[in-house]
Design a protein around this ligand. Structure first.
Ligand code: C2E
Ligand code: CA
Ligand code: CA
Length: 786
């Protein structure tokens, strides 16, 4: 993608160089092979000739050998003939034959002479015998003689041949052959030596040339590669530089001594300091100006994000998310990289959310929740007594009725301002709702101390208020309760104290006394709790609890997409008891476990029957309290209910409040992920009333964000600009969450929510929580929304 054109060209040239080189190598090889072949053929021909000549020589040698043998025989015979003794013997043999013959013929003659004297018959037989013997001798002698003669003749013949012709010829031939042979062998050796030398020389030459070319090509390629690398490095460096230069995050590189080596341009927007001006300055103390504590925190974080506060040059507070990474061992960096992300806006939103969650929007006083927290804190931390003042501003209702709510609100704001002025900084004043204010005074010395404050408050409230040029007087009543009221009493809980102060206030009102201290005789309702608990147990056994369902409506289509299961208690004597009252109680006593199971099972069962026939899903939302959420068997139990009722997991949504999931974040994520793995949908309920840590929200695997009613109520007032609820919707969208708005009571609220991008609405405007029979009917029609 980023390849430069020059690198493409050079890569096309390269193969051509190599092809040429290969051609040269092949040609050289062919030459060498041809030369070697010729040398070999020559040598082979010569060799064949030599062999032929040698064979001839061999046969001649054989012939010569036979001649030689014959010559030797002849010579032997010659010497035999020259040997007088042998010759003598031969003559003697011949003579002997002759002698024999003579003897025999003499015998014959004698025999013939004597035949006349002797009997003829006997003489003839002797003679015949003698003749026979003579014949035999004669033939034997002539054979011997003949043989000798023939031998002699032959001897003479061979001798002549040997001497005159054959031997000399033979010798010449041998000489010629061996000479030629010698020459041929010499020539062959010369030729083959020459060709071997030639081919070695050629090969060496070619090899040298190839090595030379290769080295040059390699060098060229190295240069090209280096150029490419430099270019790529340049490009990536440029890209990286551009990124760093244009990043909205501040990126700083520190020397080992923590002075700034490089600071990105975002330093200007984040800290109001020119990046160049920051260079060489000590980063932590002079650029970021963080405290030593923060610095320690950062050092321990090891690359984890750490949130720190600092100030822009213009004095504005800035919240930064810092990541510090050690790159001391990296030779390219040898320093510390600091990445600072500006989270001021997010922090402000979190702060606003938290503030709105904990304060009464009208008076900006702490609301009931925040007040309870403060009271609890005071009880835990205070060494002495804690006083709770319960103030009823009677007269405001009258103003509401006669001058309208706006005037009533103004009066309330002014009254609470006056009360606040009577208190010390460490005291907390809260609004419980309506015209009831409540104050906690930590560490009052005694009753008198509390009375004094009460008197001051009554005095300032007794002064007239001006509404439309008309003077208005309030007639406040006040009740006071004190912790460790009497020795030996069990330490009171926050809710005890508030309730006691309330009881005292009613008593004061009844007696028109202005202010009264709570006394035990005023009807401490200890047995009430016990009664309620046994009532609930009985109620669970006797099926007094039923489940109502409130629809949630898609703001675009107006269709019911989901139902929320809300438990209802129809008490035989008390009548209808609000879940707002018994749910917290059930949580305190642990009864929420059996109760929660009833609701879950009932809701799942009914949801199966209500599933649309067209394949769409009607989601059933069930509330899960913090106590239930901490049950280690939760996932298993829910799975069992799903299996038992046959509701598909994706049709079940669990509503969990923000505060419930924020206990142990890691354990929470674990449980949420297990639930998610089952396929169940997860919703954060009452969003905005809890701690509102948006950073954490990102980590939870939830699908839905339910914006609390109090925010929805706020949108039509449009006090904030832009309303917080819009920011929350934007945030939820950024986190890819489905947004549901609770407590939609008017068409105006619905339209505004729709415009802000909210997906789903729930509230009395669409439908109140209703019995399953009513819901069944409702599901058969489509809810009309506009
Ligand atoms: P929640 O979960 O925030 O439920 C919404 C509450 O707002 C319900 O009150 C509902 O009736 C009410 N509401 C709905 N629309 C409107 C509206 O337009 N205007 C106003 N002013 N109120 C509206 P409900 O039924 O009294 O329940 C109160 C709380 O009790 C619930 O608050 C929930 O936290 C708890 N709760 C109810 N049922 C169960 C349950 O089965 N299990 C658990 N753990 N908690 C439950
Ligand atoms: Ca809910
Ligand atoms: Ca809610």
């Amino acid at each position: 993608m980023f390849a430069s054109p020059s690198s493409t060209a050079s890569s096309a040239k390269k193969p051509r160089g190599y092809e040429w080189l290969v051609l040269v190598i092949m040609a050289l090889f062919a030459c060498a092979v041809t030369a070697a072949t010729l040398v070999f053929l020559n040598y082979a021909t010569n060799r064949r000739e030599v062999v032929r000549q040698l064979e001839r020589l061999q046969s001649m040698a054989n012939y010569q050998a036979s001649l030689e043998w014959q010559a030797i025989t002849v010579a032997m015979s010659g010497s035999l003939m020259n040997d007088p003794q042998l010759l003598g013997e031969a003559q003697f043999a011949r003579d002997a034959v002759y002698e024999h013959w003579n003897t025999l013929s003499n015998l014959e003659k004698q025999g013939k002479r004597f035949s006349g004297y002797l009997g003829f018959a006997d003489t003839d037989a002797v003679l015949a015998q003698l003749g026979e013997a003579l014949d035999r001798y004669e033939s034997a002698s002539s054979a011997t003689f003949g043989q000798l003669n023939t031998g002699m003749l032959e001897m003479v013949q061979f001798d002549r041949q040997f001497e005159n012709y054959e031997f000399s010829y033979l010798q010449e031939a041998i000489m010629a052959v061996s000479e030629r042979n010698q020459k041929l062998a010499e020539r062959a050796t010369k030729i083959s030596t020459a060709s071997v030398v030639l081919s070695i020389a050629l090969t060496l030459l070619a090899a040298t040339w190839i090595v030379f070319r290769l080295t040059r090509l390699r060098a060229k390629r190295d240069v090209e590669l280096e150029q490419e690398r430099t270019m790529a490095l340049g490009e990536s460096e440029a890209r990286f530089r551009a990124l760093v230069q244009n990043a909205s995050d501040m990126i700083v590189v520190l020397e080992p001594d923590n002075t700034v080596r490089y600071a990105s341009p975002a330093t200007q927007s984040i800290l109001g300091m020119n990046a160049d001006a920051a260079t060489a300055k000590p980063f932590w103390s002079e650029v970021l100006k963080v405290s030593d504590d923060n610095k320690r925190l950062l050092e321990q974080a090891r690359g984890e994000a750490v949130e720190v506060s600092t100030r822009h040059a213009n004095g504005e507070k800035r919240e930064l998310e810092l990541r510090v990474q050690q790159h001391q061992d990296n030779p390219d960096l040898r320093g510390v990289i600091v990445n600072a992300h500006d989270i001021t806006k997010r922090k402000r939103l979190e702060h606003d959310l938290r503030h709105q969650a904990l304060h009464d929007p009208l008076t900006d006083l702490p609301n009931r929740r925040y007040f309870s927290q403060q009271l609890e804190k005071a009880l835990a931390e205070t060494f002495g007594k804690v006083a709770v003042l319960f103030i009823d501003l009677e007269g405001i209702k009258l103003v509401n009725d006669s001058f309208g709510h706006d005037r009533g609100d103004l009066l309330l704001v002014e009254a609470s301002r006056r009360v606040r002025q009577c208190l010390r900084n460490e005291d907390t004043l809260g609004r419980l709702g309506g015209d009831e204010l409540v104050a906690v005074l930590p560490s009052v010395l005694d009753d008198a101390g509390a009375s004094e404050v009460a008197a001051r408050i009554l005095k300032t409230l007794a002064l007239p208020f001006k509404i439309e040029a008309q003077e208005i007087f309030l007639s406040p009543s006040m009740g006071i309760s004190l912790s460790s009221l009497k020795q030996g009493f069990e330490k009171a809980t926050p809710s005890d104290l508030v309730r006691q102060a309330g009881i005292a206030m009613y008593q004061a009102k009844r007696e028109v006394k202005g202010v009264l201290f709570f006394e035990s005789v005023m009807g401490e309702e200890a047995p009430e709790r016990l009664r309620l608990e046994s009532d609930m147990r009985r109620g669970i056994e006797q099926n007094e609890f039923t489940v109502y369902y409130q629809p949630k409506v898609d703001l675009q289509t107006g269709k019911i997409v989901s139902l929320e299961a809300l438990v209802r208690w129809q008490h035989p004597e008390r009548g209808f008891v609000s879940p707002a009252k018994f749910i917290p109680f059930a949580e305190e006593t642990g009864l929420i476990e059996p109760l929660g199971k009833i609701v879950l099972e009932t809701a799942c069962r009914e949801a199966v029957a209500w599933q649309p026939k067209n394949g769409e899903t009607l989601v059933m939302a069930v509330n899960l309290s913090a106590i239930q959420f901490r049950n280690p068997n939760l996932v298993e139990e829910i799975n069992e209910v799903l299996i038992r009722t046959g509701l598909p997991p994706h049709a079940l949504e669990l509503e969990i409040t923000e505060s419930a999931v924020l206990g142990d974040v890691n354990a929470t994520i674990g449980t949420l992920e297990e639930l998610k793995a089952l396929g169940i949908r997860l919703a954060i309920d009452d969003f905005g009333t809890g701690y509102s840590n948006l950073g954490h929200l990102r980590k939870f695997p939830v699908d839905v964000l339910k914006i609390d009613q109090s925010f929805v109520r706020g949108i039509s007032d449009a006090v904030d600009d832009p309303p917080i609820v819009e920011a929350v919707i934007r945030l939820a969208k950024a986190l890819e969450l489905h947004v549901v708005a609770e407590g939609v009571e008017t068409a105006q609220q619905m339209n505004q929510l729709k415009e802000m991008g909210c997906d789903v609405g729930q509230g009395y405007y669409f439908a109140k929580p209703s019995s399953s029979a009513v819901i069944s009917d409702m599901l058969n029609q489509t809810v009309v929304t506009s």
